[in-house]
Design a protein around this ligand. Structure first.
Ligand SMILES: [Zn+2]
Length: 253
């Protein structure tokens, strides 16, 4: 059994008719999927999907891309969504200096406020960090809150070790099926600190490059870990599932 810890079923093309994608995921042994949000509307869609599908769990939050557009009351709206029993995390939130979606100070403020919300209510945090290693680290260090998952990890081994030492977990996408650099980084890390995700509809793994990604393909990420760590794919499935169950506080199956 696998858990896809980052599947945007609340986005196109999935949201129009999620059923076939969920059916294919289940057939592949991907029994649970975490659906992270990017803004308030996609947070609500994630919650609605979690209500509709047994294996779907939601995260709610505002991505740096929408940091400049948050209404004044967004934190209380997020807090009330977090009350839902199938909402398991705040995310995805963070910093993106590659795309410069919003001015850095706005991104920092919205990231900090949501990280504080997660900390005060005791929820794990899903982090989007692109070319913002130092600011992401210092903000978390400042809050002393490392109950976090670095999603779609693209940093170097030293950074990964640094955040893992403080209690963070690191998640890899299908990039690990084709990027030598990502494989080299993963190889140096303790496998029990890692999670798997698709980040679908993006980041399709080999052999689906160039096609839309979907939750069923998270199996390819697990297969890449199996190769990297010299373990069976069943071992990796069990290990990454247990890690995700603990982090997202899902019941054990
Ligand atoms: Zn995402």
């Amino acid at each position: 059994m696998y858990i896809d810890t980052h599947a945007h079923l609340n986005f196109d093309p999935f949201i129009r008719d999620p059923q076939p994608y969920i059916d294919r995921a289940l057939q592949a042994g991907v029994t649970r999927m975490i659906v992270p949000a990017a803004d308030l509307a996609s947070s609500e869609k994630a919650v609605a999907l979690a209500e509709r599908y047994e294996g779907v769990f939601a995260a709610v939050g505002v991505h740096p891309q929408d940091a400049a557009a948050v209404p004044d009351n967004y934190l209380s709206l997020l807090a009330s969504m977090l009350d839902h029993p199938k909402v398991c995390a705040v995310g995805e939130v963070g910093l993106d200096y590659y795309r410069r979606y919003a001015p850095r100070d706005v991104q920092m403020r919205v990231f900090r406020e949501q990280a504080e919300l997660a900390r005060s209510l005791g929820y794990p945090l899903i982090i989007h960090n692109r070319e913002a290693d130092d600011d992401t680290f210092s903000l978390l260090e400042d809050l002393a809150y490392f109950n976090v998952q670095f999603h779609c990890f693209g940093g170097d081994a030293a950074y990964a070790r640094n955040v893992i030492e403080r209690g963070a977990l690191v998640s890899f996408t299908g990039v690990i099926t084709f990027s030598q650099k990502a494989r080299e980084v993963a190889r140096t890390l303790p496998p029990e600190k890692l999670m798997i995700e698709t980040d679908c509809p993006w980041m399709a793994p080999v052999p689906y490059r160039g096609k839309p990604n979907e939750p069923a393909y998270v199996v390819e990420v697990a297969a890449a870990f199996a190769e990297i760590f010299g373990r069976s794919v069943e071992d990796i499935a069990a290990l990454t599932t247990a890690t995700a169950e603990r982090f997202f506080r899902l019941s054990q199956t």
